[in-house]
Design a protein around this ligand. Structure first.
Ligand SMILES: NC(=O)c1ccc[n+]([C@@H]2O[C@H](COP(=O)([O-])OP(=O)(O)OC[C@H]3O[C@@H](n4cnc5c(N)ncnc54)[C@H](O)[C@@H]3O)[C@@H](O)[C@H]2O)c1
Length: 509
């Protein structure tokens, strides 16, 4: 191991546990001593003898594999690799733990770039289940196999990724933070709200702002900047000026006591508050549209005791509430009751100009979701507001009021996560299975983004993206051509048995 900091000491610990004789080198002897002390404390003296400190890079001479975990600087890494090239045997594999630099560029300085690979561990290395194995342009098969065998011996789950900016995980997670920052900048919702919506509505362990504070805004910003620069300005990856300003103010997160939240009085965790009480439904709910969400809402409403119809019968009783989840052209007009409109293909302003409806959005799987987002316009009627709140509370969903935009908060974040994964898949950065595994095992996501898209319905995902593209007129929201193609082919996701994946056991809804 070269570098005995946060990652290097964790990786040395893992290597020792896997039974390998492990040498640990750091430029800074104090860092080396404290890493060795920490390893011996966790592993106990017997296992810890497997890790030996080294005071010179030359000490790594006899190694079969060297993993580098020095700071994220291309120049420093190139220099280390070029020096190592002259020290180790020619069969020794050289791996870098870089998060955001190009493996190919790091290898460029070495005489044998074919033996350089990426082994991207996650923090804390002994705990996190995933390793991304990254092949540079010149990496040969033997070096990749050595990296894979080592990761297996460490008991990790492995995904292989192409050497593109951010590999799989750091790339596919871009929208979680960046879309949240965009919405903060547009005053769609506060950090507390966005975090709560992601936790309660999306099942994420942490919201994007809590996560940025934990990782460190400066660390995250460097990665954001590096990916944006390597892509020559991909608009989806543009770093946020909000982060830049907080960093300038020294507010880099938990480690400095302040980031988006204030930690000076201890750890900040906003209260989620109580779940709504759930009186059972009494009245007729009309749920229109053919999306998966319409189906799920009908099932949930019936279970909560409501009467449910798919359209308004002009001769029947007046609906208590109409949930317009995308009505079709031939449907009878939606009149005769207060309305809530699903803000998928547009904002409430676009879907009900000067109308009295309230806007809502939520995502499948709805049985897991504990929140619904609501939005209103200056002309939204009070009765629509009251009834929407009461209806969603009867389903056990906590209402969260946000400003108006296509997909509202969670829809916008998750549909962009699906979109980014679809771009990565179409570009061959990883397989569909590896992309989903990477996000679940690497980041504890509740579902892989591709399977999540299939659960929401790819028509719904595409509608939100096209709605955003229409209203913002920005390339940032262009849908991945692969996503559009799947929708054209009728592969809308789980509901129809095929989307990014095949679901032979699912019946058509
Ligand atoms: N921290 C994370 O969450 C995380 C996760 C995945 C990958 N990474 C990547 O791992 C690498 C290391 O990150 P970290 O968080 O462990 O950094 P760190 O600052 O905790 O540790 C870096 C260590 O490298 C030593 N060092 C500096 N220059 C050196 C040199 N030329 N030779 C030998 N040792 C040298 C430093 O003294 C320090 O102890 C970076 O490339 C980073 O992008 C970090």
């Amino acid at each position: 191991m070269v570098g005995a900091g946060t990652m290097g000491s964790g990786i040395a610990h893992l290597a020792a546990l896997s039974g390998a004789r492990t040498l640990l080198y750091d430029l800074d002897s104090a860092a080396l001593a404290s890493a060795l002390a920490a390893i011996s404390e966790t592993l106990g003296p017997a296992a810890a003898t497997l890790v030996e400190g080294c005071d010179r890079l030359e000490g790594l001479e006899g190694c079969d594999l060297v993993i580098e975990a020095i700071p994220e600087s291309l120049g420093a890494k190139q220099e280390t690799f070029s020096r190592l090239g002259a020290i180790v045997d020619e069969r020794c594999v050289l791996a870098t733990n870089t998060s955001s630099l190009s493996v190919t560029a790091i290898a460029a300085g070495t005489p044998n770039p074919n033996r350089v690979v990426g082994m991207h561990f996650f923090n804390p290395a002994p705990v996190m289940k995933l390793i991304e194995i990254v092949a540079g342009q010149a990496s040969d098969e033997r070096s990749i196999s050595v990296a894979i065998a080592t990761a297996q011996a460490m008991g990790k789950q492995i995904v292989t990724a192409e050497d593109r900016p951010g590999f799989l995980v750091n790339r596919c997670m871009r929208p979680f933070g960046l879309e949240a920052l965009r919405m903060l900048g547009e005053q769609i919702a506060t950090p507390e709200q966005i975090d709560r919506i992601c936790r309660l509505g999306g099942g994420f362990r942490m919201g994007p702002f809590e996560l940025m504070d934990l990782v460190g805004l400066d660390v995250g910003f460097d990665i954001a900047r590096s990916l944006f620069e390597q892509s020559f300005g991909e608009p989806r990856w543009r770093p946020s000026p909000i982060t830049a300003q907080l960093i300038a103010a020294g507010r880099t997160g938990q480690k400095t006591g302040r980031g988006f939240y204030d930690y000076t009085a201890g750890r900040h965790r906003p209260e989620d508050g109580d779940e709504p009480s759930c009186p059972s439904g009494d009245g007729l709910i009309v749920v229109t549209g053919e999306r998966s969400i319409a189906h799920d809402l009908k099932v949930a409403a019936l279970a909560a005791g409501w009467e449910v119809e798919p359209f308004v019968d002009p001769d029947g009783p007046l609906p208590w509430l109409i949930l317009d989840c995308g009505s079709l052209q031939d449907d009878p007009p939606l009149q005769g009751g207060p309305q809530a409109i699903l803000c998928a293909e547009g904002s409430l302003a676009a879907l009900d100009p000067e109308g009295s409806a309230v806007g809502f959005h939520l995502l499948g799987p709805i049985e897991e979701s504990r929140a619904v987002e609501l939005t209103r316009s200056p002309t939204t009627s009070e009765i629509a507001v009251r009834r929407a709140v009461e209806f969603f509370s009867s389903l056990g969903k906590r209402p969260e009021w946000v400003a108006d935009a296509p997909g509202l908060v969670l829809g916008r974040i998750v549909c962009q996560l699906v979109n980014e994964a679809a771009f990565a898949l179409a570009e061959g950065v990883g397989t569909a299975t590896d992309i989903d595994l990477a996000m679940v095992a690497g980041l504890n996501y509740p579902l892989g983004p591709l399977e999540w898209g299939d659960t929401i319905g790819l028509d719904h995902v595409l509608d939100v993206l096209d709605g955003l593209a229409d209203e913002y007129r920005e390339d940032r929201y262009r849908a991945a051509p692969l996503l559009r193609k799947l929708v054209w082919e009728g592969r809308l996701g789980k509901g129809c048995g095929a989307g990014f994946f095949l679901y032979p056991d699912e019946t058509d809804i």
